[in-house]
Design a protein around this ligand. Structure first.
Ligand SMILES: NC(=O)c1ccc[n+]([C@@H]2O[C@H](COP(=O)([O-])OP(=O)(O)OC[C@H]3O[C@@H](n4cnc5c(N)ncnc54)[C@H](OP(=O)(O)O)[C@@H]3O)[C@@H](O)[C@H]2O)c1
Length: 375
């Protein structure tokens, strides 16, 4: 059904989509290539929210090069949108352009629009094929798929650990367990995330900034801190770095008008979960994040927050950097209840194993419907 050329041009569309890795949020990363007789007439990728989608960029680039796209094939890494959002529908723009064939990697995962973009083109007599390099396209937008189909972000938990599974010494020291290359690599994952989440324990111990460094990006993801009791120090680096272009959101359950005012004055946003619970409700928090358009959530916390997320069913993927050392006594990766039988073990699959500098990077996915859907 697909030729070797189709394959190569879709690879190109995916390559283009990846250029929007740090910037398209809350929109998906999409690439588009328009081709006739083996020659690329125009190409593009989705621009930051509110600006052009990939298809419109590709059509504009063809026009700018003086190329007529009538009769051409368009390759898109995601079904063209069919609705008016901040921009007009791409399916209509492609239909009006006079292309003869459309190849899409995957359907739009939004159940409300899924298939409609392809239908607009089919109804106009355009030959439509879908499903080429679908796995790669899905991986590119795993967070968008999660938000559209589950109304929650894809939650990726980054942890650095020793070979004996320790994440800090008994006194809490954890900087640094892994080497420089692994730490720089971690910043790429921060950069692609729509938001970053940590706990007050880590803020107290490490005074982290949790922003993106070592990677060129025009966007700093907002940093959410779980701090039920509003204990965060006003002099912490996080609070001091709050402000335009670098948001800090404190999630709390207790009411403390003076502290709330002081944090707000310093540029922090506050989410007050009411109801008197001592702990933040993590499921409601991730649902709220989805409402804010957060596709991929990157967590960097200690074992308390990580365990709580896992037990709340809010952990999809572990991004584990393993250093070739032993730490002996110290903080664990998780603090889970005892199992009665091996049959009950919590299962993951290895999505990826790579060597990064002197360390190993393991991407392990919780076995759930969404993670195994395309495997
Ligand atoms: N190796 C690594 O990759 C790595 C990464 C980060 C941190 N660390 C280390 O981890 C240590 C800090 O760990 P930590 O466990 O104390 O801190 P943490 O997990 O970052 O934060 C703990 C906070 O998470 C919240 N939490 C815990 N259980 C919860 C639940 N069931 N529901 C809602 N919220 C919950 C609590 O906030 P409230 O009390 O406000 O409810 C708790 O104080 C430090 O030594 C740090 O260096 C290591």
């Amino acid at each position: 059904m697909f030729s070797a050329d189709d394959h190569d041009f879709m690879l190109r569309a995916l390559e283009l989509a990846a250029r929007g890795m740090f910037t398209t949020t809350p929109n998906p990363r999409v690439g588009c290539v328009i081709v006739r007789e083996g020659r690329i007439l125009g190409e593009g990728y989705t621009q930051p929210a509110g600006q052009n989608h990939a298809e419109v960029e590709a059509l504009a680039s063809a026009r700018a090069r003086g190329n007529d796209v009538r009769g051409a094939t368009a390759y898109v890494s995601l079904e063209p949108c069919a609705h008016f959002g901040r921009t007009p529908p791409c399916a209509t723009a492609l239909r009006e352009s006079g292309i003869a064939r459309l190849v899409a990697a995957m359907e739009d995962p939004n159940p409300q629009v899924s298939g409609k973009g392809l239908a607009i083109l089919r109804e106009a007599g355009i030959e439509v094929r879908c499903g080429l390099l679908e796995r790669e396209a899905y991986e590119m937008n795993i967070g968008f798929v999660s938000r559209m189909t589950r109304a929650r972000p894809w939650v990726r938990v980054k942890i650095a650990a020793s070979l004996d599974g320790r994440t800090a010494l008994p006194d809490g020291t954890s900087q640094w367990i892994t080497g420089e290359a692994a730490r720089a690599d971690g910043h790429r994952w921060r950069a692609r995330a729509c938001a970053i989440l940590s706990g007050i324990g880590t803020v107290r111990k490490d005074d982290p900034l949790l922003n993106v460094r070592h990677v060129a990006t025009p966007r700093q993801p907002p940093r959410f801190i779980i701090d039920a009791g509003l204990e965060i120090d006003l002099a912490s680096r996080l609070v001091r770095s709050a402000g335009a272009g670098s948001a800090v959101v404190i999630v709390h359950t207790v009411s403390n008008p003076q502290k709330e005012r002081e944090l707000a004055e310093r540029g922090c946003e506050l989410i007050h979960q009411e109801g008197g619970a001592r702990k933040v409700d993590l499921q409601s928090l991730v649902a709220e994040m989805a409402r804010r358009g957060i596709n991929e959530l990157h967590v960097e916390g200690g074992h308390r927050l990580v365990t709580a997320l896992f037990l709340a069913g809010c952990l999809d993927e572990l991004l584990l950097y393993v250093a070739p050392c032993l730490l002996g006594q110290g903080e664990p990766l998780f603090d889970l209840p005892q199992l009665g039988s091996l049959d009950d073990r919590w299962r993951f699959t290895f999505a990826e194993i790579e060597r990064v500098g002197t360390d190993a990077r393991i991407l392990a996915r919780r076995v759930t419907d969404i993670a195994t859907k395309e495997s």
